[in-house]
Ligand binder design. Sequence first.
Ligand SMILES: CC(C)(COP(=O)(O)OP(=O)(O)OC[C@H]1O[C@@H](n2cnc3c(N)ncnc32)[C@H](O)[C@@H]1OP(=O)(O)O)[C@@H](O)C(=O)NCCC(=O)NCCS
Length: 204
Amino acid sequence: MQIAPIRARLRDGRHCVVRPFSEEDAAARLALERAIVRARHGVVKHEDELPADAGAYAERLERAGLTATDGSAMCLAAEMDGGRLVGEATLLRLQPRMLRHVGVVGLGVHPEAQGLGVGRALMGRLLEWARAHRDADGGRVLRVELQVRSDNARAIALYRSLGFVLEGTRRALVRRDDGVFVDDLVMGLLLEGAPAAPDPRAAP
Ligand SMILES: CC(C)(COP(=O)(O)OP(=O)(O)OC[C@H]1O[C@@H](n2cnc3c(N)ncnc32)[C@H](O)[C@@H]1OP(=O)(O)O)[C@@H](O)C(=O)NCCC(=O)NCCS
């Protein structure tokens, strides 16, 4: 399913447009990711671990499966009036047929545009797509999951407000720049229509 651009009102009265990414966005995406990584909040990479240029970035997206147009991935951009890219949200479905209903989400907003509602607008639209999309054979996304650092209060609040629940903790996964280890949380959301899995702890 294709996704139409929408205009979302931000907390400061400005607007952003949420639309699918195109191939021409690679350089702007890399610049956005660089700015987010440089700000050091909520990230698990350093700047020198990012691709060196837009060409290498585009290749990495393709290798990861994020440029697919068959419904196995969806990448959304948020741009301010005037065209400045301020955020991105991605959903990548797992490939094995037994896991095709699982979408793994990533989200990032430019440090200068954080706290305005861009992240909420992106996630809202991405989940709308996940709920509406159907594969040619009727397959669909039923489970959305993500990983988030336990010291990322803003992201955790956003995900909880959208219905994500804590499913697990990967202890000491991230070593912060100051040497302190922090946990990483696994959060998941079952979409309408997902069968409830039996609780393995329940008595037979
Ligand atoms: C986390 C992030 C994606 C959120 O996007 P954002 O545009 O800044 O967030 P929003 O303005 O849409 O706010 C979303 C919610 O966060 C919560 N929130 C905002 N500021 C907060 C704060 N300082 N502490 C706790 N919660 C906060 C609010 O509940 C808000 O919900 P509301 O719309 O009901 O007010 C963005 O800040 C970011 O990219 N951070 C750096 C990279 C990162 O952490 N990525 C996510 C990795 S899992």
